[in-house]
Design a protein around this ligand. Structure first.
Ligand code: BES
Ligand code: ZN
Length: 610
């Protein structure tokens, strides 16, 4: 149990006690689920998962005789209860009204002595946490593909459970697929399992529901290191193995900083391009977008990020989505430390400087309540609270602690924080009291220089916030100026040794109204419209929309109809929607692209392209 000095009574925060989660109907304060056992068939024809979820629970309050679970669009045919985990018999259940954000509560009556329930159910074809892909949407074009995305509150659309990060469960699963396909989960996988359509998994460490994950497709495996490897479709597997060759080194670097990797293996899964995120930290098996396969390892900070979550997020977990910055801010900070350890300080500072810049740009357009770290999400969809603020502002806060207390002390502090809260779900207040006891109170002179309350509860950045800057970027800006002033021809800009990060900084430092003639000059010299680097292509396409650079429109259309990564498609549609002709283009592209997007992306782009 974690002691919290910040609060008393029913709101004392820790893994096991009451913390109100506005995004769950479940009742873990009365009955707490401890283990989930899945038995699911994967039906690509009907686009449904069908089978049973057997939940084992403990009664926290002896009085309670009901278990309340979260569901969204599940078809429940029967619920049984058991006192011994072997003999099950029918029990009553009611499904409450559906809420557009939260789904519907499933209320199950518990007979005297019950320790488990078994729910017989099927998902809906439009389940928000599943994407069913036809062969055309895959790299191999031969076989269908299915993947789940449970964070933030989509696990409930494919498993009836207590869908709150306060509840940690172990899980086992038996998954049946068409026989040529392979299933993998955020659990112990057997890379050499017979490909016979019958797969078994177990996750023996307790994890929150948002980390339960499944993917099914024509997958191959390549080992990368002693305990690291990558799964991908056959046409992608070699490229993926080359791109991610440094993964083992990253795990070693993180262990040196923050203590042992606690999950056994660390594998990666490369998904089809419609995957709505860059990456997802599913334990033992990070899910990743294929858009990071740049060919030169220049975008692998995404792997560092998802790996870092093995400490910040998966080991020490945000108790509610208002505490999301505890996951993402810590992770972004650690991501940069891994990049520094493996690729050097110069690369790290470039990425930190790019991060600061995008934070400042994004914050300018955000409401005050969204510029704070501990965010108020009452009545809101947690996916809506997902901006760059918890990531970059959170990382700057930790960097400011590092710089103030010194790296050695701060590293030691973080390492002990992970050991102290391992396998627990905590609130912002729990972190603050641990920080106070283990760092602030020990070094009061330094503590006086960090406005902790302001960082966490006030909008924007404190005066004293660190300002990461890069010498290399200063040189890039000087080159850009010479070209803009007409002193040199584009071909004379010294780009030969530029990294992806320098290219990105170059493009971002050009004026927004550059004009299509100058865009064309750059394109002739550097072939930016056909860049194979997704980040550079994205930045260039954004500029193409702003400057009506028509030569890039076919590429824009191709990009938006093949890639579903939220970080790229949202800003492109938003930019298009700013002018009447852009709106036309957005609508016509979206008409063709929509069917290929993930339900989470569809919900978001529907709002933009009304
Ligand atoms: N856990 C997040 C992805 C996420 C956040 C999914 C909120 C659903 C709700 C993951 O670790 C992440 O942050 N991914 C980033 C990439 C990262 C390099 C910043 C992304 O997908 O953009
Ligand atoms: Zn993250």
């Amino acid at each position: 149990m974690v002691k919290s000095s910040a609060d008393v009574g029913a709101l004392v925060g820790s893994d096991e006690s009451a913390v109100r989660d506005f995004h769950s109907y479940s009742n873990p304060q009365e009955v707490r689920v401890r283990h989930v056992d899945l038995d699911l068939g994967v039906d690509f024809e009907q686009k449904i998962l069908k089978g049973t979820a057997t939940l084992t629970f403990e009664k926290v309050s002896q009085k309670s005789n009901a278990l309340v679970l979260d569901t969204r669009a599940l078809n429940i045919s029967m619920v049984e209860a058991s006192a011994d985990g072997r003999r099950f018999s029918n029990t009553e259940f009611t499904l409450g009204a559906n809420d557009p954000v939260l789904g519907a509560p499933l209320n199950i009556s518990l007979p005297e002595g019950a320790t488990g329930v078994r729910i017989h159910y099927a998902t809906s074809p439009g389940a928000s946490g599943l994407q069913w892909l036809g062969p055309q949407q895959t790299a191999g074009k031969q076989q269908p593909f299915l993947f789940t995305q449970s964070q933030a509150i989509h696990a409930r659309s494919w498993i009836p459970l207590q869908d709150t990060p306060q509840v940690r469960v172990t899980y086992t699963a038996h998954v049946r697929t068409p026989s040529r396909l392979m299933a993998v989960m955020s659990a112990e996988n057997n890379p050499s399992a017979l490909r016979n359509g019958d797969y078994r998994f177990r996750m023996v460490q307790p994890i929150p529901s948002y980390l339960i994950a499944l993917a099914v497709g024509d997958l191959r495996f390549r080992a990368l290191g002693r305990r690291t490897g990558v799964y991908a479709e056959p046409p992608v597997i070699e490229k993926a193995a080359r791109e991610f060759i440094d993964t083992e080194k990253m795990v070693e670097a993180t262990e040196r900083l923050y203590g042992p990797y606690r999950w056994g293996r660390y594998d990666l899964l490369v998904l089809p391009p419609s995957f709505p995120y860059g990456g997802m930290e599913n334990p033992r098996l990070t899910f990743a977008t294929p858009t990071v396969l740049a060919g030169d390892k220049s975008l692998v900070s995404l792997i560092a990020h998802e790996l870092a979550h093995s400490w910040s997020g998966n080991l020490v977990t945000n108790a509610t989505w208002s505490d999301f910055w505890l996951n993402e801010g810590f992770t972004t900070y650690i991501e940069r430390r891994i990049i520094e350890a493996v690729y050097g300080r110069a690369r790290e500072e470039m990425e930190a400087a790019l991060g600061l810049r995008s934070l400042e740009e994004e914050m300018a357009g955000l409401e005050e309540r969204d510029r704070v770290l501990h965010i108020d999400l009452k009545g809101r969809d947690p996916d809506a609270g997902s901006t760059g603020v918890p990531y970059e502002k959170g990382a700057l806060f930790l960097r400011s602690l590092e710089e103030t207390f010194g790296r050695a002390r701060f590293d030691q502090f973080l390492k002990s924080y992970f050991a102290h809260f391992a396998f627990q779900s905590i609130r912002t207040e729990d972190f603050v009291s641990y920080l106070k006891a283990n760092l602030l109170d020990k070094y009061p002179a330094q503590a006086a220089r960090v406005p902790v309350e302001e960082w966490i509860y006030k909008p924007g950045l404190p005066e004293s916030a660190p300002r990461p800057a890069s010498d290399a970027f200063a040189r890039v800006e000087a080159e850009a100026k010479r070209w803009l002033k007409g002193e040199i021809a584009p071909a004379k800009i010294q780009t030969a040794a530029w990294s992806t990060q320098e290219w990105l900084h170059f493009l971002k430092s050009l004026p927004e109204d550059l004009g299509s003639a100058r865009m064309s000059e750059l394109d002739r010299a550097f072939r930016l419209t056909s860049s194979g680097n997704s980040e550079i292509a994205f930045q260039w396409l954004l500029m193409a929309i702003r400057n009506r650079y028509e030569a890039a429109y076919p590429k824009l259309e191709e990009f938006l109809t093949t890639i579903g990564r939220r970080k790229f498609i949202r800003p492109l549609y938003e930019e298009l929607m700013k002018t009447p002709e852009g709106r036309e283009r957005a609508r016509s592209i979206y008409r063709r692209a929509r069917a290929g997007y993930h339900p989470i992306a569809v919900a978001m782009i529907d709002e933009i392209v009304k």
